[in-house]
Design a protein around this ligand. Sequence first.
Ligand code: SF4
Ligand code: SF4
Length: 430
Amino acid sequence: MSEQDYDYRSMWEGLDMDVEAHDGLLEAVGQMYSSMYLTQENRPASTAYLDGVATNLHSGRIRELVDPQGDGSPRPKKVIGSFCLYVPEEIITAAGAVEVGLCAGADWAPAEAEKHVPRNTCPLIKGFMGFKLGRVCPYIESADLVVGENTCDGKKKAYEQFGKLKNTFVIDVPHVRTDETRQMWRNELRRLAARIEQETGQKITAESLRAAIKLANDKRRALQRLSATRAADPTPISGLDSLLTVQAAFMDDSARLTGAINEMAAECEGRVKDGEGVAPKGAKRILYTGTPMAVPNWKLFNMIEKAGAVVVGEEYCTGSRYYKDLVPETGATVDEMLDDIADRYLNIQCAIFTPNHGREEDVVRMAKELHADGIIDCALQFCTIYEQESFGMEEAAEKAGIPFMHITTDYSGQDEGQLKTRVEAFIEML
Ligand code: SF4
Ligand code: SF4
């Protein structure tokens, strides 16, 4: 059945979504996308792929997951949802399932969400609770299983409530790095592998795990290649487009997206040679660090770039933390590869770890490599761990002589005026 003839409304109804409320969400996100993305000038032509990703996010991509034949026959693969970078896509792919990111980047049904989580919970958690309670996220609704993780206190406790609404399996993530916790984490990923195998009825083999490692590494290599082009002045691609590229990595088909990112990287390499940029040469360059930004949370990058600066790099989970490290491709057995995966993921510099100086080192290193003029560090409201790390981050930036600004924000537009003034003043001062 062709894309045009396909009845997406029936598909959403079949997923038990609130289709009318969902119409409202799609309209709001569509308007936001047009005003933030489609108004950008001098975008690389290959970013047209991202416009397609945005258009198909709740329609074509969901159909690929739940009804690729278009005839209602059983879905070919189980869909596993996750909220965090610590849930390894390699394990899920190797067991024959597809992993999708479920983090919500917008407020939805906050009053409903507050019946399940405290009012002073970060917007990301409140967002995914609201999306579930409001039945407006086709990724949550199409997930056969959700994998939660004991990371920050907010998520850890919210999964107790979320688990009453959805089939959920929670893994335990250590908060310190020692030989003992490394072993505990390696064991925990074996528990995850067994649960996913049980869900799919498919055993993870050395062959399937090797192929899954390579698939994820190829995507990460492509993202590294694209990110390297942003060291140039003028920088060839915007922070907004780079952000969406990584956001897409949690939802789109891996092999197809890798091809598209490599095309973007090739075009950007050409633009660097030709001195062609998305912003004029000499535009102020910002390195972002902080809490992750889930779709459609584009507000801060839009603000920075509409103020005439350009985001040249991002140290966070929808940025470098996702792609900077690869899993070794040399493991011979399932056990060896699972240990390699565990070790690679334990190295993610999330603020749940103490101490977490590696994050400060990464930020300073990236700021230097990408020739950033300033660092903007941002925490979502009520996110204690990233708020707390902002102090150490400021000291590290000061020591390196890099101007620094910390922001606390949420998903509402209420602080937009005040935030805009602060961002513009910071850029002016650089
Ligand atoms: S910031 Fe930490 S808890 Fe949040 S997605 Fe990243 S790794 Fe997971
Ligand atoms: S933003 Fe902070 S509080 Fe919210 S889920 Fe992420 S780590 Fe937890």
